[in-house]
Design a protein around this ligand. Structure first.
Ligand code: COD
Ligand code: ZN
Length: 379
């Protein structure tokens, strides 16, 4: 291997390739080219499996070109840097950023948003900014995913999509800051700005929903109602701060009516962390009619449309979305990780399984079966 070498070469390593949508993920040997100008090559040490990676597998993620290497919840060590890179150096511990901070676009300079016009929701991140890929497998070009592709032992990203973190941070844990924990926690403390004493409803208690629960608790919410159709999720949710958990299937009436009855006029904050049209409108309807805020965290299904009674908003409810917890990641992640090192919160509780990278297929099976919250793969 060429770790820390001055003139980096092509590296052969293992990666999980998705050859076509709907096909099982396949562990292969891939070639990873050296980083070009303003790019960084990273040795990934640990990566989580997020539902979004499953959307890539199923062909449900917008604008993906196949074959592709997914994975966006990783942590690793810089192996080499291309000309012009100043933000990291070989040997630094880093987290790849699936929402980059390009440093140039109108969103970058606006403190109200963490959106970036270089992100996949606006333009493709399936190739490096120069239009080429750093991955090949069996003589074929393989695409990048969100410029992170953490399902490869070595991966390359532009420097807009990487941040250095505390050298003492445990990479097998802080990989969760690359997506799940930051997305959920930030939706509560950053996007919604939950206040002490408020009431919250969290629809969906997967890794991201549980992180919303942790955020609501950290913000001092006095009532946190977890909602899930899988009651196996309730124990963990209550451990992490949910004051009660309910299963919509246990009620004859719609869940929004149950929540409004429970709280008087609806909750102060509702979070949709499932990515389903019906629960998006249910979450909105369960908010206080005058000052409730509903935050969409789950990505909607491809090409979906929503219809709802506009009266729901006319009375004053607010409906908004939260991408990666609203954090400007380059600025926020080092601080989030250092707060974790100071034990201010405990995303470790989300990790239910740890597997060697080769068992990535098993990791996806656990996700499909609803048995894992977060499965961490180690290289
Ligand atoms: N009612 C109640 N609960 C439900 C329902 C329903 N109709 N359907 C499913 N659920 C529950 C499931 O039982 C499960 O417990 C939970 O909802 C979903 O959890 P997971 O483990 O499948 O998923 P997460 O928590 O890893 O991720 C969920 C998201 C919706 C956040 C994710 O799929 C997503 O859309 N991410 C995009 C948002 C984003 O910002 N992404 C950044 C990069 S990922
Ligand atoms: Zn994710």
């Amino acid at each position: 291997m060429t770790e820390l070498c001055v003139f980096p070469q092509v590296i052969k390593c293992k990666a999980a390739v998705i050859w076509k949508k709907g096909e099982p993920i396949s562990v292969e040997e891939v070639e990873v080219s050296p980083p070009r100008a303003n790019e960084v090559r990273v040795k990934i040490v640990a990566t989580g499996i997020c539902r979004t990676d499953d959307h890539v597998l199923e062909g449900e993620f917008p604008g993906i070109d196949y074959p592709v290497i997914a994975g966006h919840e990783g942590a690793g060590i810089v192996e080499s840097i291309g000309p012009g890179v100043t933000c990291v150096k070989p040997g630094d511990k880093v987290i790849p950023l699936c929402v980059p901070q390009c440093g140039e676009c109108s969103c970058f300079v606006n403190p109200k948003t963490n959106f970036c016009f270089k992100s996949q929701l606006y333009q493709s991140q399936n190739l490096m900014p120069d239009g080429t890929s750093r991955f090949t497998c069996k003589g074929k070009k393989v695409h990048h995913f969100l410029w992170t592709s953490t399902f490869s032992e070595y991966t390359v990203m532009p420097e807009a999509a990487i941040v250095r973190i505390d050298a003492a941070a445990p990479l097998d844990k802080v990989c969760l800051f690359g997506c799940g924990f930051s997305t959920g926690f930030g939706a509560a403390v950053n996007t919604a700005k939950v206040e002490p004493g408020s009431s919250c409803a969290v629809f969906g208690l997967g890794g991201v929903g549980l992180s919303v629960v942790m955020g609501c608790k950290a913000a001092g919410a006095s009532r946190i109602i977890g909602i899930d159709i899988n009651k196996d999720k309730f124990t963990k949710a209550e451990e992490l701060g949910a004051t009660e958990c309910i299963n919509p299937q246990d009620f004859q009436k719609p869940i929004q009516e149950v929540l409004v009855e429970k709280t008087g006029h609806g909750v102060d904050y509702a979070f949709e962390v499932i990515g389903c049209i019906d629960t998006m409108t249910a979450a909105l309807s369960s908010c206080h009619l005058a000052y409730g805020t509903c935050v969409l965290v789950g990505a909607p299904p491809l090409r979906s449309e929503i219809s709802f009674d506009p009266m729901l908003l006319f009375t004053g409810r607010r409906w908004t979305g939260s991408l990666l917890g609203g954090w400007k990641l380059k600025d926020a992640l080092p601080k989030l990780v250092s707060d974790y090192m100071k034990k201010k919160y405990n995303p470790d509780a989300l990790i239910t399984h740890t597997l060697p990278f080769e068992k990535i297929g098993e990791g996806f099976e656990l996700l499909h079966a609803g048995k894992s919250i977060r499965c961490i793969l180690l290289f």
